[in-house]
Ligand binder design. Structure first.
Ligand code: NAD
Length: 286
């Protein structure tokens, strides 16, 4: 039987989530997607109208099939957590069962189990503010959307993951080195995500035989990255300074994720894997 993957955090064909979905699909996995509720309409419409068809092409010439798209807001765990103003918000009212617990229940109902869980989402409302100017609200919102969202996803999906399953998240080197501009508590959120990767690897490994790893990815011109505002500078910096002087493609991260999710990585868990043309290894700019 082929493997089944749930990928949280795809809303267009430009980000890491999409590339990971493609690499997993190319390796024979069935693809389920969790899309942020406010972005759901445009994503599904674009899919249906063929706007992504060019980017759906797999190495064998076939098109990646997405079996089902689930609305998801990973900031809320259960319906009881959703505040009234969100419930009645126009962009949310049209969808239902999009809290983490409900999405896991829906996936269980529809498919029974999954083998691979991917967390490819982050959000920090004050990302463009220096940490020194970040509000408590902004900081906690960044941690909630970018770090706890992963704890919650695993918490709810591990019970429907088959033994030998694997989970992957995406992180950024701003967790451990100073990257001015990656503000709003987003650097803190990535530090939490990386630390949690170890603890979750232990707990999910011991209890369910599931592996948990994170990919520290180099800069990519995704929608989220463009919103931060310094992405072109980071890409240029990497081109100038990394051991490999080429632009990083999302596909390279997708392929690393497919490897980590596969039996080829059966002894790898609790790690941060750098997929960044080696930039992390540099001590000085050159
Ligand atoms: P992206 O815009 O493709 O993906 C981010 C996704 O998160 C979007 O689809 C957005 O709709 C979704 N999202 C935001 N809040 C959400 C919520 N509450 N519930 C559900 N979904 C939500 O951008 P990306 O850069 O590919 O980001 C994917 C991951 O890669 C993130 O964790 C990001 O931090 C990480 N990353 C990105 C870069 C980069 O340079 N782009 C570098 C290293 C790591």
């Amino acid at each position: 039987r082929g493997k089944r993957a749930f990928i949280a955090g795809i809303a267009d064909d430009n980000g890491y989530g999409w590339a990971i979905a493609k690499s997993l699909a190319a390796a024979g996995a069935e693809i389920l997607v969790g899309t942020w509720v406010p972005a759901l309409n445009i994503f599904e419409t674009s899919l249906r109208r063929g706007k992504f068809d060019e980017s759906r092409v797999l190495p064998d010439g076939s098109l990646m099939e997405i079996t089902k798209v689930y609305p998801l807001d990973a900031v809320y765990d259960t319906p009881e957590d959703v505040p009234e103003d969100v419930k009645t918000n126009k962009r949310y009212a049209g969808s239902s069962k999009w809290t983490v617990k409900e999405v896991a229940e829906s996936v269980k109902e529809d498919f029974g189990s999954i083998d691979i869980l991917v967390h490819s989402l982050a959000n920090g409302p004050e990302v463009s503010k220096p940490l020194l100017e970040t509000s408590r609200y902004g900081y906690l919102a960044a941690i909630s959307a970018s770090s706890y969202s992963y704890v919650s996803l695993l918490q709810h999906f591990v019970p429907i993951m088959n033994p030998g399953g694997a989970s992957i998240s995406l992180t950024y080197i701003a967790s451990e080195r100073i990257i001015p501009g990656y503000g709003g508590g987003m650097s803190s959120a990535k530090a939490a995500l990386e630390s949690d990767t170890q603890v979750l690897a232990f707990e999910a490994g011991r209890k369910h035989g599931i592996r948990v790893n994170t990919i520290s990815a180099g800069p990519l011109r995704s929608r989220a990255a463009k919103a931060i505002g310094f992405i072109d500078m980071m890409i240029d910096y990497s081109l100038e300074n990394a051991p490999l002087q080429k632009e990083l493609s999302a596909e390279e991260v997708g392929n690393a994720a497919a490897f980590l999710a596969s039996p080829l990585a059966s002894a790898i868990t609790g790690t941060v894997l750098y997929v960044d043309n080696g930039l992390n290894a540099m001590g000085v700019g050159v």
